[in-house]
Design a protein around this ligand. Sequence first.
Ligand SMILES: C[S@@+](CC[C@H](N)C(=O)[O-])C[C@H]1O[C@@H](n2cnc3c(N)ncnc32)[C@H](O)[C@@H]1O
Length: 312
Amino acid sequence: MEFKHIPVMLNEVVEGLNIKKDGIYVDCTVGGGGHSFAIASKLTTGHLFAFDRDEDAIKKSKQTLKDFAGKVTLVKANYKEAPNILKTEFGIGKIDGFLIDLGVSSYQLDEGDRGFSFVHDGILDMRMDKNEETETARTVVNNYTYENLVKIFQTYGEEEFSRNIAKNIIKAREKEEIKTTFQLRDIVESSMPKKVVYSRGGASKKVFQALRIYVNKELDELDKLLESLIEMLSSDGRGCVLTFHSLEDRIVKNVFKFASTGCICPPRTPICICGHKAVAELVNRKPIIASEQEQKQNSRSTCAKLRILKKL
Ligand SMILES: C[S@@+](CC[C@H](N)C(=O)[O-])C[C@H]1O[C@@H](n2cnc3c(N)ncnc32)[C@H](O)[C@@H]1O
């Protein structure tokens, strides 16, 4: 299948990174290589390290970035490992910018076999790294207790019908194993009022999102990764993060806020005793959203938020 992914807020990201042609840049989520292509195009003697945990993404971006041999290094790894890999394998301690474009690529959603989407029928898998021997969505749905399913749907999907959905999953799996995305979609849709199914536009979206985040441990250590990358930024270096739902955005917002805040003593403390100093500043107080035109052309961009940070 062809790898199709339109990079979200491409111009805003490139502008936000304020790319130096001799700088060292890190794309933590290379996907189809769209953002990386734009970054690499701006480099002369600089270098881009691009990571992804999905081997299909690495294969695709190898093609997309083939003209930048010597200027781009692709690494198949979880971005959690990026700071350590950069230091230990490449001797890189300082960087001039990083990009994290969270979530799934359109390719991952469109490829039925990966089991990410309720629009395409396929085996419920949802692992971004197919070689990792971790639990799949199928294992979770067929083995987790009612309480744990409710917790996953509520925490990572903010799904208001979590209890009903979990109850119906337990009932359905007593009859036969829930193997496919369409089986799950039908159970989810039968667990909510018809008018919600029709009005939501993708009624099972929240449950699928919740399972994907849980299976891939997407939010685990995102804060630590951001802290490490901010620490690695050289003075004037930039960090850009694109998020697609409130849980991700909250983490980014909090880490960026802490990095850009000076004293954190309780209000009315006469003299600062915390010693905390801002190491960065927010380039935009509010997150940037995609233009109306982009939102019309690329539905994925409608819920995207871009936050940009500049190291002091
Ligand atoms: C939204 S896509 C990136 C698209 C990319 N910016 C482009 O222009 O094509 C997100 C990518 O992040 C990858 N990803 C998600 N979590 C990851 C993680 N923990 N470590 C490495 N890659 C991850 C996914 O496999 C996916 O390819």
